[in-house]
Design a protein around this ligand. Sequence first.
Ligand code: SAH
Length: 523
Amino acid sequence: MRTKDGGYVFLVGAGPGDPGLITVKGLEALRQAEVVVYDYLTNAELLKETRPDAEFIYVGKRGGQHTLSQEEINQLLVEKAQAGKTVARLKGGDPFVFGRGGEEAMALAEAGVPFEVIPAVTSAVAAPAYAGIPVTQRGLASSFAVVTGHEDPTKAELAIDWKYLARGVDTLIFLMGVGNLPEIVARLMEHGRPPETPAALVRWGTTPRQETVVGTLADIAEKVEAAGLRPPAVTVIGQVVNLREHLRWYDRKPLFGKRVLVTRSREQASVLSRRLRELGAEPVELPAIAFQPPEDYTPLDAAIRHIHQYDWIIFTSTNGVRAFMERLWTLGWDARSLARVKLAAIGPATAAALEQYHLRADYMPDQYVAEAVAAGIGDVSGQRILLPRTDIARPALAIALREAGAIVDEVTAYRTVLAEVVQESVPTGGLVSPTSEDVRQMLAENQIDVVTFTSSSTVRNLVALLGDAELLRGALIVCIGPITAGTAREVGLRVDVVAEEYTVDGLIEVLTRESGALDGVPS
Ligand code: SAH
């Protein structure tokens, strides 16, 4: 039973790698944990779901060495719980499938620490599934077994019954079996499994780094050796492997396996990252910009106090909407004070931000650049227009409006600053949550396929963060629109692709269309 103040341990399965494959219950446990104990196979993406004050303890391997022994991990869980903490012990895949979760539960039970187990999607089934291999199939396989490929030779009584396995089970799935693959296939053939039985290894299944090698019992070990395939991988043996030919889906996604640098602010990155992940890409988030309140609120506050004097407010970004509405609220007002002023939104995301406050844009231009707005909004001669924006906004819109006879007040609603990348890089199995130094290295080694820019400030600040524009040479450079592209060229970058619709969707669309070009990025 869970008591109010007592410690508690959730043995949580994190799923096989794709962060979307954690269970709802697992995510809830992670969100309430005060201490998160995680290891090598945990996707760093999931660690973002924790409370800001959560303590992270990495107990995985570092440079091949275990940071803590199993004994020490058990002890750590007991100690943290006894100190009254809510602990999430996050384990790759399912906690009770070869994860030594049973041993951890045993230690907790012995110490009288209350715990619960949150089962999860195991890599044994999910990695084959993402490779297009169902572990059972009518007419082909009516049983499957999950077997360790790393049997401890000292546990004589647990030794695998190869004779039965080879002939008695349709689909065989080995975890931790890369190193012993030659012995495993030899044993199976020795005990009567035909050499022509299809076999596959799936490495880093359910992640954009997924790699699959297909063969037969007779030649799979050789093929894996030739491909240089390393752990972690799941080995699948049986007729179902042939289905991959028809059912392959994940590694056919348009951006599968591409590493894409996302330079937006931390808050804005997630939308783009999610879309990239849906297309099979691996987003690498290095926020180049961050947002801060204005240094001086006086101009914004004055504009809000005199809001009834304006004919229009033109919002040019979602941040502008949020900063303005939050300040309005802080000053003791609400949306009713906007009753008589017309609202314009540049771009659908800005319009959507207004909708979150139940406000409808009266005008949204077809083209999401400043110049088109002044032309499209109608006769503004003599009209008072408020532009709540970032401190570094381009003057073009105000100039065009003034030329058309409007009286324009530009006020700083928020500031765009160079992001300080303070967070430490999280040690996991390379599923990245990087620092600028990590990104610099990835770029230098040509490990980033695409760099995305969603505003001029992301361009300038990324170059400032990296200290060298040359590093971006090897990647495909994609810009959200012509202004951003112009800035990129100004700082000496080669722009490869510019979105036709200046939105995240537009950017994703051209990127998908150009994905063919990715295999031969100019350098
Ligand atoms: N509890 C985990 C298994 C832990 S044992 C689960 O249920 O998935 C570790 C082994 O799991 C690795 O050696 C590898 O064989 C397999 N494994 C875990 N994640 C994997 C992944 N994303 N792709 C391929 N194999 C994986």
